[in-house]
Design a binder for this molecule. Structure first.
Ligand code: TXA
Ligand code: MG
Length: 314
């Protein structure tokens, strides 16, 4: 079944109708492809978890195209709007306190007292949200614990006909998921390193933010599970001299079968990361992959976080 749809106004309208009617639409964002549903439709939200084969419910990110949605559901202040003005649309997700009992978004929020929300920086995503007229909740459009999709074809390979439509907006330009920032208290806490660099947020706020490593035995986020983003083959990280039988993913001067970024650019490396993990999975002859060291600055935090979890042995 070919359910990949090109970027046309007709297809976006069709996808919006599908969302409104309770269907599942995979759509591109600047980070990774999302598996979207109408935030107000609990049955559709439940179907997301079934399609992903995620064993439990878990709070989802609401994708919005208009900042005003926040006022309806979340406790906002100057800091929230200033951050939104500076970083939205873009790969930064806020965790905010919910202000009122509004059962219509309970399942999307997993019953928590918080709302998780971002405005994606992709014209097709924004057009879809506007056409649907509702926030679209979406986790990454991949099966539980597998590698996040950065092309429409990745979504089709992983989820196939479990999704009604896949909108094709090309390869994702950021390539790792959004940074998640908990703003429920005075001290901002980063729950997941991602496409917005910690340094950029700190420079804007003029204060340090705490990086939460999470408790692996009690994850607040599957992204905090030790094993996540998992390739089929074994993966070793921080390797400068790979074994002869390892498929080697290089970085900068440390060259390999593939190179995340020959010029050592962390944005380029992030954009290539998930696609290269898939390629390595398909091409490794001996079931083994190794990755060169990635500097722990800027988007390197997100890259190192993902490959560390991908390398975790069961
Ligand atoms: O870039 C992204 O963020 C992509 C695109 C599609 O927007 N979305 C994405 O969603 O990565 P997902 O569901 O795969 O990852 C969101 C993570 C989950 O691990 C979830 O547990 C965590 O965020 N999360 C959501 N709300 C939370 C909350 N209130 N408190 C703690 N963690 C939360
Ligand atoms: Mg995910």
């Amino acid at each position: 079944m070919n359910n990949i749809y090109a970027d046309t106004p007709e297809n976006i309208q069709k996808a919006a109708a599908c969302i409104i009617n309770g269907g599942l639409v995979a759509f591109p964002t600047e980070t990774v492809y999302g598996l979207g549903a109408n935030v107000y439709n609990a049955r559709a939200v439940a179907n997301i978890f079934a399609a992903k084969q995620r064993p439990h419910f878990d709070p989802l990110i609401s994708h919005i195209a208009d900042v005003d949605f926040l006022k309806e559901y979340a406790a906002t202040d100057e800091r929230v709007f200033a951050l939104a003005k500076r970083f939205w649309p873009g790969p930064l997700t806020f965790v905010l306190r919910r202000i009122e009992e509004n059962p219509s978004i309970d399942l999307a929020c997993s019953g928590l007292r918080t709302l998780t929300v971002r405005m994606p920086d992709h014209p097709m995503a924004l057009a879809l949200i506007k056409a649907a007229g509702v926030p679209i909740v979406a986790p990454s459009a991949n099966k539980y614990q597998s590698i996040s999709p950065t092309t429409a074809q990745h979504v089709a390979d992983g989820l196939g006909d479990k999704v009604d439509m896949i909108l094709d907006g090309g390869a994702c330009k950021v390539g790792v998921e959004s940074t998640i920032l908990d703003l429920t208290s005075k001290q901002a806490v980063m729950l997941r390193a991602g496409g917005t660099a910690k340094e950029d947020i700190e420079a804007f706020l003029g204060e340090k933010i705490i990086l939460s490593e999470g408790n692996p035995n009690l994850p607040t986020a599957p992204g905090q599970l030790l094993r996540h983003y998992a390739p089929k083959n074994t993966l070793r990280i921080n390797i400068t001299t790979p074994e002869a039988d390892e498929f080697f993913i290089g970085f900068g001067a440390c060259n390999g079968d593939l190179n995340l970024s020959k010029r050592g650019d962390l944005h380029e490396a992030a954009a290539n990361l998930f696609a290269y993990l898939r390629l390595a999975d398909a091409q490794a002859q001996h079931g083994k992959i190794a990755i060169a060291p990635i500097p722990q600055i800027g988007l390197g935090l997100a890259i190192n976080d993902r490959i560390r979890r991908a390398s975790y042995k069961k």
